[in-house]
Design a binder for this molecule. Structure first.
Ligand SMILES: Cc1cc2nc3c(=O)[nH]c(=O)nc-3n(C[C@H](O)[C@H](O)[C@H](O)COP(=O)(O)OP(=O)(O)OC[C@H]3O[C@@H](n4cnc5c(N)ncnc54)[C@H](O)[C@@H]3O)c2cc1C
Length: 476
């Protein structure tokens, strides 16, 4: 069989694994020698606000593991630090490659970077090929019969499921052609410190990076999958998969997850598969409507001046709103880099509806802290909660934080974990401690205003204000 290229460079980005990998698999089929590279992109690193960032550490551990895994197969990872748009064309030339292969990334900044790399490679007569890997369907593959992108989730999901077949779910094999992997010349993984970052509490927090971490997390979740539909909304039980960070960085293959869910009977697997389809839905929205990055999807909500100010935003960020479930979620976020999905919905509704703070401020705060931060999912969900997005909550649907708390954290154990000031508050008052009479507060040695803030808004009044504000905004 004649090979398409002599030497190909595979550029790893958010696909940090050595198996079921579209670009690597194709390169191993099509080239005599395959080099692998990863770039710590200073365009991204320099923009981070902190020199201690759990995500950088997650990536660092995952890259180290990938390098060792590829080396064990006869190759290895060339790790570079610099502007990827300059480094990749230089490296491809240096290694004498005819082509660069990578998996497609749909975020607008990544698309712009890839266009720049493609242009520079073209100037050097080097080909650049992108493959679908982090999604089952590329955004333009699931469109309506009229060829239009969907704006509503359910028809999108139906079309997505209709298009699914075994070929689409088949792994992209790597194992049988690893003899084509070429040693990278020098293997030079810089230390975190050399990258300008210090280590964090990532590992102490129990986050397991890399393919090994993903494998263990996935194996543990498979035991719980059948109950997912029953338990997924309970932050106190923490029964979701925790695979989001691995999907973000490709330390697990989405095809393996979908294959398993698709072939497993029961409501747990069916509902969980639906969540993975939401992920693709928001990637599709971002692809077709990149303006959502800083604009409302629904134009009638785009020019709104959200009245919520800095003081309430600051109280929300640090988890001192006086609403225990909101404060627990916000503190879980900064303490761990994770927040349970139900609580993400509650805090986002609280910020945008009870406090009428611009959803973009909440979105940016999440982007700063979430270990699984994903532009498409974060933006899509924030706009869903704020009612500015496609297929969003109607604006008049406003979560009552106390009712949500009673329903989803019934004995308050999630709250108690993250808001230790409430330790002395009896169970009956844990969701709304301000409702305790002074004498009851005294009896348990706790005082609102001293030990824990009074609510920064009254929910009933805030709800009425939000309804009036949203309906006047709609008629503008
Ligand atoms: C305001 C807000 C912001 C969010 N920001 C992000 C984000 O930055 N990154 C992110 O990955 N998810 C985000 N989500 C979605 C969801 O909260 C997380 O994916 C989920 O909590 C991750 O935990 P898990 O892996 O245990 O999820 P599971 O319940 O096990 O779900 C499995 C996978 O499905 C996907 N998924 C689940 N729910 C959603 C959803 N609502 N939208 C899109 N994909 C979903 C994720 O990839 C997740 O890992 C956000 C949700 C809200 C309400």
């Amino acid at each position: 069989m004649t090979l398409r290229y002599d030497r190909v460079l595979v550029w790893f980005r958010r696909d940090l694994r050595d198996h079921d990998h579209a670009a690597l698999s194709r390169a191993l089929h099509e080239a005599r020698a395959v080099y692998c590279a990863f770039v710590f992109d200073t365009d991204i690193l320099d923009a981070l606000p902190d020199r201690s960032d759990r995500r950088v550490e997650f990536i660092w551990h995952s890259v180290r593991e990938l390098d060792a895994a590829l080396a064990a197969l006869g190759g290895g990872l060339r790790v570079e630090v610099g502007r990827a748009r300059a480094v990749i064309p230089r490296l491809a030339r240096e290694l004498g490659c005819d082509a660069v292969y990578a998996n497609r990334d749909y975020e607008p900044e990544a698309v712009a970077r890839d266009e720049c790399v493609a242009h520079r490679l073209r100037e050097a007569s080097i080909a650049f090929h992108l493959f679908t890997d982090q999604l089952i369907f590329a955004p333009e593959e699931v469109v309506s019969a009229a060829g239009q992108p969907y704006r509503v989730f359910t028809p999108y999901k139906n079309a997505w499921l209709k298009g699914l077949d075994e070929a689409r779910l088949a792994p992209h094999p790597v194992a049988e052609r690893t003899h084509r992997l070429a040693p990278p010349g020098k293997r030079t993984l810089p230390t975190l410190e050399a990258l300008g970052f210090s280590s964090t509490d990532l590992l102490q927090r129990g986050v397991a990076p890399g393919m090994g971490g993903a494998k263990r997390t996935w194996a543990a979740f498979q035991e719980r999958l059948s109950d997912y539909h029953l338990l997924r909304d309970r932050p106190d039980l923490d029964a979701t998969s925790h695979l989001s960070v691995h999907l973000r960085h490709g330390t697990i293959s989405v095809r393996a997850l979908v294959r398993h869910a698709y072939h497993t009977q029961g409501d747990g697997a069916r509902i969980w598969l639906g969540e993975l389809i939401w992920r693709e839905f928001f990637q599709m929205i971002l692809h077709f409507h990149p303006r959502v990055v800083d604009h409302a999807f629904r134009p009638e909500f785009d020019d709104l001046r959200w009245p919520g100010g800095d003081d309430v935003f600051a109280a929300w960020c640090v988890g001192r709103t006086g609403y225990p479930i909101v404060d627990a979620g916000m503190r879980q976020l900064t303490a761990t880099g994770f927040m349970h999905n139900r609580v993400r919905m509650i805090v986002a509704s609280f910020l945008t509806k009870d406090l009428l703070v611009d959803w973009r401020r909440g979105e940016r705060h999440f982007a700063r802290w979430l270990l699984d931060y994903e532009l498409a999912s974060n933006n899509g969900n924030w706009q869903w909660a704020a009612s500015t997005g496609c297929d969003a909550q109607p604006y008049f649907r406003i979560f009552n934080p106390v009712a949500q708390s009673e329903k989803y954290d019934p004995d308050g154990s999630y709250i108690r974990r993250w808001v230790p000031e409430l330790a002395r508050v009896p169970d009956a008052a844990i969701h709304a401690p301000w409702q305790m009479r002074p004498i009851e507060q005294e009896a348990c040695g706790f005082r609102i205003g001293r030990d824990y803030p009074a609510p920064i808004v009254d929910h009933a009044a805030a709800r009425a204000r939000a309804l009036a504000w949203f309906s006047s905004a709609r008629v503008q």
